[in-house]
Write a protein that binds this ligand. Structure first.
Ligand code: NAP
Length: 327
């Protein structure tokens, strides 16, 4: 088994690189904690698949999600953050020295900040997976371009569905929003924007029961939740925008999570980002099922960095780090 720099024990490892992780990297970098950011193969988090971000303070004309994340990352690098663009494969966070593996490579740290975010949910239809990338998508920004002058549908009734449907009208000739209820979770302003878009048609009280097509999506089967009536809707594209699941599988059995898998924080009185394990902090969407905004994620990343710094200061032998640690 290989290890990192002869088992160098770092002050902090940050796992994940959305607004939370990168803000934690900026703050811990400026705090001279020499952060190592294991940013994952899908670095940058959910904003990498978002179009224009209009509500991040400081950008009065808006900024594209990927561009915003590149700015975050460059700022973290400026303060000495190191990056590894791979996925963490295993952790052991239980002891004073935290162990983080990427394959056979072991990285050690006195503290870990978890900012692994959340991933898009799917409907769970067999043909949805089979046709993923062949008409079915969970990322409008990534795939919208392929649907120029096509007919598509977005499933969901939240802000994501409204945002994606509105964005997709740039390409598609027609966009259906298929929502399982009459009422919407989406904010009023985003709902209104979609309602006022002449290319968008709402199909409420409707669920998708199957995706049809051999090599590519050709239609979906629908069911009205009130009448039970079934129908078929010809489509070129189906975008799933039904929420997210926190990426906490890696930490199962070590970090306490709620019934939906979100990490439970504020587990000690003085640190809002504290998990149940001393020295392990969580920030961003991985622990936030309520606000889930880039700015709140960034804010909690700042808190996690300050919490980690405070925790490290409380360790008497911070500078004396050399004892070999068994993998
Ligand atoms: P969300 O608010 O949780 O909405 C998910 C939607 O999908 C709900 O309408 C839900 O229906 C529906 N849904 C869930 N499971 C389903 C299933 N199996 N089949 C059919 N429909 C299903 O998720 P979100 O839209 O991704 O938004 C998440 C958070 O990010 C929110 O806080 C939102 O405000 C924020 N956000 C903000 C922006 C922005 O400001 N630019 C953009 C995107 C997202 P029910 O309503 O019936 O439960």
């Amino acid at each position: 088994m290989t290890s990192n720099n002869g088992n160098e024990i770092r002050k902090v490892i940050i796992v994940g690189s959305g607004p939370a992780g990168l803000t934690a990297a900026i703050y811990t970098g400026r705090g001279r904690l020499d952060p190592l950011v294991i940013e994952g193969y899908q670095a940058g988090g959910q904003l990498m698949t978002t179009t224009e971000v209009e509500n991040f303070p400081g950008f009065k004309d808006g900024i594209m999600g990927p561009e915003l994340m590149m700015e975050f990352r460059a700022q973290a690098e400026r303060f000495g953050a190191e990056f590894i663009t791979k996925n963490v494969t295993k952790v052991d966070l239980t002891g004073d020295i935290k162990k983080v593996w990427i394959g056979d490579d072991l990285y050690l740290a006195r503290s870990v900040i978890i900012s692994t975010g959340a991933s898009a949910n799917l409907l769970g239809l067999e043909n949805e997976s089979r046709l993923m990338g062949r008409g079915v998508s969970s990322c409008a920004t990534c795939d919208g371009f392929f649907f120029r002058d096509k007919t598509i549908a977005v499933v969901g009734g939240g802000d994501s569905a409204m945002e994606e449907a509105t964005f997709l009208t740039r390409f598609a000739s027609k966009v259906y929003i298929i929502h399982r209820r009459e009422g919407f979770r989406a904010s009023k302003i985003m709902l209104e924007k979609a309602e006022n878009n002449p290319k968008i048609e709402f199909l409420t009280n409707t669920i998708v029961t199957d995706a049809l097509g051999e090599d590519a999506l050709t239609a979906v089967k629908l069911q009205n939740t009130q009448t039970g009536a079934e129908s078929e809707l010809p489509l070129d594209g189906l975008f799933i925008a039904i929420g997210h699941t926190p990426n906490t599988q890696l930490f199962a059995n070590q970090i306490e999570v709620d019934e939906k898998g979100y990490i439970l924080t504020s587990q000690d009185k003085s640190h809002v980002t504290a998990t149940n394990i001393p020295g392990v902090f969580a920030c961003g969407d991985v622990q936030d099922k309520r606000y889930r905004q880039a700015i709140t994620a960034a804010g909690s990343g700042c808190s996690a960095a300050l919490d980690a710094e405070h925790y490290l200061e409380s360790l008497p032998e911070l500078e004396e780090v050399s004892e070999p640690v068994a993998a």
